[in-house]
Design a protein around this ligand. Structure first.
Ligand code: IPE
Ligand code: IPE
Ligand code: MG
Ligand code: MG
Ligand code: MG
Length: 300
C-alpha cells in the first residue's frame, strides 16, 4: 500500500478533487440564492475545472502529520476560494486582460466587470467565513489559520504584493532578482501556505512545520516556473487559458530571464529540494512527493 492508498497518481488526484468539490459545493450558496447573479458567477468560476492543487496540498500535508485530520477538507477549500478569486481579478482588463480561463470565457467576459470584481471579493470573504466556522478544531487553531491565509494573500511577500510587482514589472528589464521576488510572492506564498495550513490544522510540531514550509517554498517556485514554461510551450486549448500572453505583455518570467532549457532545469532543482525537505517524514508523506512530481511534469 502506498501513501496514496494504492491509487495511481491520476486516480488519487481525481478522488481528492472530488472531495474538495463536495466541500466547496456545501459552502458556496446555491445559484438560486439571492442575489442570484453573484452566486451564479461564483459557481461559474469555481466549478470550471481547476486542478485544486492548493487544497490537495493542504490535505496531503495534514495527512503527513496526522493520519486522519477530521474535517481538513473544509480548511483546504478556503485556499481554492482565495485562489479562484485571485484568478478572476488576474484576468480583469486592468490586470492581465484575459478572455479565457479554465477552458471558459473569463468571469468578466461572462458577467461583466462589476460582477467579476464582486465575485472575487465574495470568494475571498467567504474563505474567512468558512475558517471562522470550521466545525472540528479549537478557536486558537482557527485564528492561526486565519492569520496564515491572510498573510499569504496579502501585500508583504504575499499574493497581492506579487501581483503588484508583476504588473509594475511589465516592460521593465527582466532581472533574476525581480523575477524571484515576483514569483515567490504572487504564486509561491499561497502554495507554501497551502502546505502550512494543512500542517497547522493537523497540529504539526515546529520541526514538521519548518520542513513542510520548505517543501511548500520549493513546490511553489517550481509551480510558477512551469506555469511560465507552459505559457510558451502549450496551446490555449491545452491550457484552457490564453497561451503566449506573457511574451505579448512583456512579463518578467523564467523563460524570459533564463530561456526554456535552463528554466526547466531550475524547476527540476526545486523538485529535488522539495523531496529533500520531506526527509523527516515517513510514508505518510508519499502523496506530497507525488504532488511535487506532478507539478513539475504536468502539461497543463
Ligand atoms: C494558475 O493556477 C495561476 C497561477 C497561480 C500560476 P493553477 O494552474 O493552479 O490554475 P487552476 O486552478 O488549475 O485553474
Ligand atoms: C497569476 O499569475 C497569479 C495569481 C495570483 C492569480 P499568472 O498571470 O501567470 O496566471 P495565469 O497564467 O494567468 O493563470
Ligand atoms: Mg498575472
Ligand atoms: Mg494571468
Ligand atoms: Mg501564467
Amino acid at each position: 500500500m502506498t501513501g496514496t492508498q494504492g491509487l495511481s497518481l491520476q486516480d488519487y488526484l481525481a478522488a481528492e478533487l472530488q472531495s474538495v468539490d463536495r466541500v466547496l459545493d456545501k459552502w458556496v450558496p446555491p445559484e438560486t440564492s439571492e442575489p442570484v447573479s453573484i452566486h451564479r458567477a461564483m459557481r461559474y468560476s469555481l466549478f470550471a475545472g481547476g486542478k485544486r492543487i492548493r487544497p490537495i496540498l493542504a490535505i496531503a500535508a495534514g495527512r503527513a502529520v496526522s493520519s486522519s485530520p477530521l474535517g481538513i477538507e473544509n480548511a483546504a477549500a478556503t485556499l481554492e476560494l482565495v485562489h479562484t478569486y485571485s484568478l478572476i481579478h488576474d484576468d480583469l482588463p486592468a490586470l492581465d486582460n484575459d478572455d479565457l480561463r479554465r477552458g471558459r470565457p473569463t468571469c468578466h467576459k461572462m458577467f461583466g466587470e462589476a460582477i467579476a470584481i464582486l465575485t472575487g471579493d465574495a470568494l475571498l470573504t467567504l474563505a474567512f467565513e468558512v475558517l471562522g466556522r470550521l466545525p472540528h478544531i479549537a478557536a486558537e487553531r482557527k485564528i492561526r489559520l486565519v492569520e496564515e491565509l491572510a498573510r499569504a494573500a496579502g501585500t508583504v511577500g504575499g499574493m497581492i504584493g506579487g501581483q503588484v510587482n508583476d504588473i509594475e514589472g511589465e516592460r521593465l528589464p527582466p532581472t533574476a532578482a525581480l523575477l524571484e521576488s515576483i514569483h515567490r510572492a504572487k504564486t509561491g506564498a499561497l502554495l507554501r501556505s497551502s502546505v502550512r495550513m494543512g500542517a497547522l490544522y493537523a497540529g504539526a510540531s515546529a520541526e514538521q512545520l519548518g520542513a513542510l514550509s520548505k517543501y511548500g517554498e520549493h513546490v511553489g517556485l517550481a509551480f510558477q516556473i512551469i506555469d511560465d514554461l507552459l505559457d510558451v510551450e502549450e496551446s490555449s486549448e491545452a491550457l484552457g487559458k490564453t497561451a503566449g500572453k506573457d511574451l505579448a505583455q512583456q512579463k518578467i518570467t523564467f523563460p524570459a530571464v533564463y530561456g526554456q532549457a535552463r528554466s526547466r532545469a531550475l524547476a527540476e532543482e526545486e523538485r529535488r529540494a522539495a523531496h529533500e525537505a520531506l526527509r523527516i517524514f515517513d510514508e505518510r508523506a508519499e502523496p506530497l512527493h507525488q504532488v511535487a512530481d506532478f507539478i513539475v511534469q504536468r502539461k497543463a
